[in-house]
Design a protein around this ligand. Sequence first.
Ligand SMILES: *[C@@H]1O[C@H](CO)[C@@H](O)[C@H](O)[C@H]1NC(C)=O
Ligand SMILES: *[C@@H]1O[C@H](CO)[C@@H](O)[C@H](O)[C@H]1NC(C)=O
Ligand SMILES: *[C@@H]1O[C@H](CO)[C@@H](O)[C@H](O)[C@H]1NC(C)=O
Ligand SMILES: *[C@@H]1O[C@H](CO)[C@@H](O)[C@H](O)[C@H]1NC(C)=O
Ligand SMILES: *[C@@H]1O[C@H](CO)[C@@H](O)[C@H](O)[C@H]1NC(C)=O
Ligand SMILES: *[C@@H]1O[C@H](CO)[C@@H](O)[C@H](O)[C@H]1NC(C)=O
Ligand SMILES: *[C@@H]1O[C@H](CO)[C@@H](O)[C@H](O)[C@H]1NC(C)=O
Ligand SMILES: *[C@@H]1O[C@H](CO)[C@@H](O)[C@H](O)[C@H]1NC(C)=O
Ligand SMILES: *[C@@H]1O[C@H](CO)[C@@H](O)[C@H](O)[C@H]1NC(C)=O
Ligand SMILES: *[C@@H]1O[C@H](CO)[C@@H](O)[C@H](O)[C@H]1NC(C)=O
Length: 408
Amino acid sequence: MKSLTLLAPLLFCVTLLCSSLNVASDSAAEALAILKWKASLQSQNHSVLLSWNTSNNPNTKTSPCAWFGIHCNHADSVIKINLTGYGVKGTLHLFPFLSLPNLAELDLSTNELYGIIPPKISQLSKLTYLDLSFNQFSGQIPPEISHLVHLQTLHLAGNQLNGSIPREIGQLKFLTDLALCSNKLNGCIPASLGKLSRLVSLLLYNNSLSGPIPPELGNLRNLVEVYLDTNRLTGPIPSTFGNLKNLRVLHMFNNSLSGPIPSELGNMESLSEISLYHNNQSGLIPTSFGDLRLLTLAHLYENQLSGPIPEEIGNLNSLVDLELSENQLNGSIPASLGNLSNLEILFLRDNWLSGSIPNEIGNLMKLTMLELDHNNLTGNLPQGICRGGSLEYFTANDNQLTGPTLKG
Ligand SMILES: *[C@@H]1O[C@H](CO)[C@@H](O)[C@H](O)[C@H]1NC(C)=O
Ligand SMILES: *[C@@H]1O[C@H](CO)[C@@H](O)[C@H](O)[C@H]1NC(C)=O
Ligand SMILES: *[C@@H]1O[C@H](CO)[C@@H](O)[C@H](O)[C@H]1NC(C)=O
Ligand SMILES: *[C@@H]1O[C@H](CO)[C@@H](O)[C@H](O)[C@H]1NC(C)=O
Ligand SMILES: *[C@@H]1O[C@H](CO)[C@@H](O)[C@H](O)[C@H]1NC(C)=O
Ligand SMILES: *[C@@H]1O[C@H](CO)[C@@H](O)[C@H](O)[C@H]1NC(C)=O
Ligand SMILES: *[C@@H]1O[C@H](CO)[C@@H](O)[C@H](O)[C@H]1NC(C)=O
Ligand SMILES: *[C@@H]1O[C@H](CO)[C@@H](O)[C@H](O)[C@H]1NC(C)=O
Ligand SMILES: *[C@@H]1O[C@H](CO)[C@@H](O)[C@H](O)[C@H]1NC(C)=O
Ligand SMILES: *[C@@H]1O[C@H](CO)[C@@H](O)[C@H](O)[C@H]1NC(C)=O
């Protein structure tokens, strides 16, 4: 009923007299409220918004339901606004938060909206889908966003949002998709995110988040993708991540994570991509990595990993891209790597590897790139390495190899 306060008194009386008009008058109230917002936009003359107008025909009531980007329910009340990518420029200060009681989906992504995300956004109590990504919103994420208890998707990526991630977001128990990436968020990742039990996708990359990764994230058993890369995270990778049996992508590169890679990660049976490069991981590569049968990509380069390359890595039949350069790995290259029949990229540059290059490497018919520079490898290059295969790029400088060294 709050929306009626925007109506002329006459319309209000008509509504009381004839309940069948209720629908139409609600619709008119919603239309007027949306037009107020439109009037505040710098892009109101944009072709897309020209359809947002009052009818010239006095016999028809203004309804927003035929307007571009607006969808209504059977009662002609607005349930969805989708203006993604239409050059909408302005703020949300006059957005009709109070006047759209049935709005469930709001997609304003990829526009030129700026200013703060008003705390009043919490009035859109039926909202399940909110996407404000790729605009120029600034200021903090309002903690009041946590009052949107039905939210399933919250995308605020690619803005200028700063401050920390409100711990109250952990109350959004129906959330499946959370994307706060490419902002200027700082502070820690709140442990409360570990309460978002339905979460499937967690995208926090490219911010300035610091502190440790909360072990509580290991409770989120529905997670399929986790992108925490390009932040300032420190401390260990929680061993609880081993519980994430549905996880397919784990990106944590370009942080300052330290400590050993937990052997429990070998339990992430759906894992397809793990990228931990440019951190300070130390200790051994766990032999349990050999259990990650669906792994296609392993980027562990630029860390402080030591000890041998586990021969169990040779079990990873799906592996396409194995990059272990710039660590302190020693021992010899395991012959089992010759079993990786899908391997296209093998980078082992800048380690302490010794012994000869196993002939089995010559079996890798799909290998296009091989980097072995700056190790302590000895002996001959394997016979088969260039014969019939796909090798386009091979370097092995700064070793003690005999025979021709190929470049290119
Ligand atoms: C939009 O167009 C109207 C009529 O052509 C004009 O009066 C108004 O100033 C324009 N508004 C903006 C923001 O360009
Ligand atoms: C008002 O919107 C209708 C479509 O809903 C459009 O055909 C008409 O041209 C618009 N009127 C103005 C003045 O832009
Ligand atoms: C909005 O429209 C775009 C296409 O224009 C579509 O890709 C996107 O999924 C829509 N958003 C919602 C919430 O329906
Ligand atoms: C966040 O951004 C706003 C607006 O850009 C600015 O006024 C404020 O100082 C920033 N706050 C922090 C903590 O950086
Ligand atoms: C990282 O985020 C900033 C905005 O804070 C953006 O300008 C930049 O393009 C993003 N970089 C990547 C690689 O996404
Ligand atoms: C790593 O993160 C820093 C900011 O923390 C950024 O400037 C740099 O481009 C990132 N490097 C890579 C390889 O993503
Ligand atoms: C790793 O630790 C060393 C020594 O503390 C530090 O100098 C270096 O910047 C760290 N590297 C990363 C990627 O955090
Ligand atoms: C590898 O390095 C470790 C110390 O980090 C050492 O104990 C081990 O003997 C080395 N192994 C080989 C084969 O050099
Ligand atoms: C893997 O490689 C090792 C060493 O080359 C070999 O003994 C083993 O039989 C291979 N396993 C499979 C499954 O091909
Ligand atoms: C390389 O091997 C030689 C002798 O085989 C040894 O003296 C040297 O310490 C090794 N260097 C490294 C970095 O392992």
